[in-house]
Design a protein around this ligand. Structure first.
Ligand code: F6R
Length: 613
């Protein structure tokens, strides 16, 4: 949550900073601000409630600030409501030191009290402001030393960028628990919460690790440890995103663009990873671990949050059915506080688009401490989870900008299917089964396109049902997680509506009480091993005058006897149906939100990377 950016170099800082904030806006968008130091020693800052375009307007019309060194922030409120006084950058008493921060300072209350006692005056309700005052209390002209001393008192998570009028030709950055990347340009350096903000400026980056601090000047930088101040040598990495990946490319919203990118994403996720004739999959990222160790694993715990967790649930069904290995799926925020029973034959598999979800990271670290083999399925290259797992598989889904996750889910299910074959074939899975799964996976992008071609029908159905305020989503087995996903997506992007996802068999244990003519139900009912059971659930809803929207397999005409509206998907292997059934549900939610006039890329109260608990 929250995005930070920084610039030092030969160009006007505001140009990069605004561009970076726009790319980081998915991390938070309730207010934004910027501080810039000019070469004449002056300092200007501007803060604005609302989105980056509001800040940009303010900078154009009311408050122009110029200079070659600057820091900026886009906020997702944690401490204090979205207001100008709570907007970053925050400053010390003298307005000499300015700071932007992503994370949460857990001991801010006690620090604030003691700073207040020694005369510091606070303007905001934020935890961040204490950092500026704490640096001030240690400052004697050397910003690096003051930040170093300040960090020793701070508990919690942070990625920070700091500038000072009294030590003007540098930016100090530091990280613990929140992401931060330094971009290396030609006579200029960039700072951002993630590398996507640097696309178009540089492809050379340095990922800061926890407990590291960067001292960045116009033509040089150094990294030191925040524990002992010793210098650390770090290599540059190359990033390979292209500009189109982070633009809408003709679509009204990133959300729609990313849903329609699904087939290409699945192609990218399977490219080079299938050995058809042998019914095998090749996952290079897993080859770094001892294959005997992997074969000896007798249990997998999948840990993830939100949509990634639903992908994990689908993975559980796949791995148990086809790879014959017991799997449990856990929500990161619960797992981290339990007393999980883990031994060296347990593998934890964390699934995360951003690779920065705080609860998932904390669970991963806890599992590693207990001796588990740690594996990851991650989309964001170089992210914390990608770096902290023993081994893993990248999604290759490209940057996901829309806050609601769609294309990442498609890729996560795909990679879990590849993993099922990878693990299954080293155990009991036959060549025939391996071939059947991989052959069918290769056909999926084409089948996804067929579903996407029905988008106008789905839009029409969304408009037809836009007057309803409650929806129930039902599915069984592989499509139970998709029922939860459909409901989550509707709540997220069309938040006037309340929706619940349920296992079909659970309806009679409670939710059926709500059913009447004002309560539409989505039935995810492809022709699979549980279709007959879903049919019975549909009968039960129909008997209570409930409206039914069904997702069914092409050729199933009978379903029209019960359903008010039907969306068809082509036939595929049961375990892969979720990739197809999720598409209409994603489109339905998107069109519903658009029908309400919402910015479906940035629904209220949400942020893309949930880097706080
Ligand atoms: C839902 C959504 C969230 C994320 C969740 C996990 O549309 O976007 O539920 O799936 O916050 O995020 P990652 O995958 O980045 O760990």
């Amino acid at each position: 949550m929250c995005g930070i950016a920084g610039y030092i170099g030969k160009n006007q800082a505001n140009e990069f900073l605004l561009s970076a904030l726009k790319k980081l806006e998915y991390r938070g968008y309730d207010s934004a601000g910027m501080t810039i130091l000019d070469s004449d020693g002056s300092l200007g800052y501007v803060r604005s409630v609302g989105k980056i375009c509001d800040l940009e307007k303010k900078m154009r019309n009311e408050k122009k600030i110029t200079g070659f060194v600057g820091i900026a922030h886009t906020r997702w409120a944690t401490h204090g409501c979205p207001s100008e006084k709570n907007t970053h950058p925050h400053h010390d008493c003298k307005k000499d030191i300015f700071i932007v921060h992503n994370g949460i300072i857990e001991n801010y209350k006690s620090l604030k009290k003691s700073l207040e006692k020694s005369g510091h005056k606070f303007e905001s309700e934020t935890d961040t402001e204490i950092i500026a005052h704490l640096i001030e209390s240690h400052f004697d002209g050397n910003l690096q030393q003051a930040v170093f001393n300040c960090l020793r008192h701070i508990e919690g998570a942070y990625a920070i960028a700091v500038v000072s009028k009294s030590d003007p030709d540098k930016i100090i950055v530091a990280k613990k628990g929140s992401p931060l990347v330094i971009g290396v340009g030609d006579g200029e350096y960039f700072v951002a919460s993630d590398a996507s903000a640097l696309v178009g400026y540089t492809d050379r980056v340095i990922y800061l690790d926890d407990d590291e601090m960067g001292i960045i000047e116009k033509d040089k930088y150094k990294i030191v440890s925040t524990t002992n101040n010793n210098q650390i040598h770090k290599e540059h990495c190359k990033i390979d995103s292209n500009v189109c990946e982070i633009q809408k490319c003709g679509h009204e919203f990133f959300l729609l663009k990313e849903i329609f990118e699904g087939p290409e994403v699945v192609e990218n996720s399977i490219r080079g990873r299938i050995i058809s004739e042998k019914g095998l999959t090749k996952l290079g990222g897993l080859e770094v671990i001892d294959q005997d160790k992997l074969r000896n694993i007798n249990r997998i715990i999948i840990i993830a949050c939100g949509t990634a967790n639903y992908a994990g649930m689908i993975g559980e069904y796949m791995l148990e059915e086809y790879a014959g290995i017991p799997v449990e799926v856990e929500i990161g925020s619960e797992f981290r506080y339990r007393k999980p029973i883990i031994d060296e034959k347990t593998a934890v598999l964390v699934v995360s688009q951003s690779g920065e979800t705080a609860d998932t990271i904390a669970s991963l670290q806890e599992a590693k401490r207990k001796g588990a083999l740690s594996l990851g399925i991650v989309n964001t290259v170089g992210s914390t989870i990608a770096r902290e797992t023993d081994a893993g598989v990248y999604n290759h889904a490209g940057p996901e900008i829309s806050v609601a996750s769609t294309k990442a889910l498609m890729s996560q299910i795909t990679v879990l299917a590849l993993l099922t074959v990878y693990i299954g074939r080293s155990r009991e899975m036959s060549l025939v089964t391996g071939k059947r799964i991989t052959d069918e996976l290769k056909k999926i992008p084409k089948l996804m396109n067929q579903v996407l071609d029905t988008n106008e029908d789905i839009k029409r159905i969304a408009q037809k049902y836009s007057k309803y305020r409650n929806f129930l989503y039902l599915g069984r087995k592989y499509n139970y997680p998709i029922a939860c996903e459909g409901a989550l997506k509707l709540k997220e992007v069309a938040y006037k509506i309340h929706a619940e996802g349920y296992a079909g068999g659970e309806m009679k244990h409670g939710p059926i009480a709500m059913i009447d003519e004002n309560f539409p139900c989505f039935f995810i009912a492809p022709s699979d091993s549980v279709y007959e059971k879903m049919w019975s659930n549909m009968e039960e809803v129909k008997a209570r005058n409930g409206k039914i929207i069904a997702i069914a397999t092409e050729g199933n005409e009978d379903i029209k006897d019960l359903a008010d509206d039907v969306i068809y998907i082509p036939k595929t292997l049961e375990m892969l149906t979720p990739i197809l059934t999720a598409i209409p549900l994603h489109l339905f939610a998107a069109y519903m939100g658009i029908e309400f006039g919402f910015d479906v890329d940035k629904p209220r109260n949400l942020a893309k990377s949930v880097t706080v608990e």
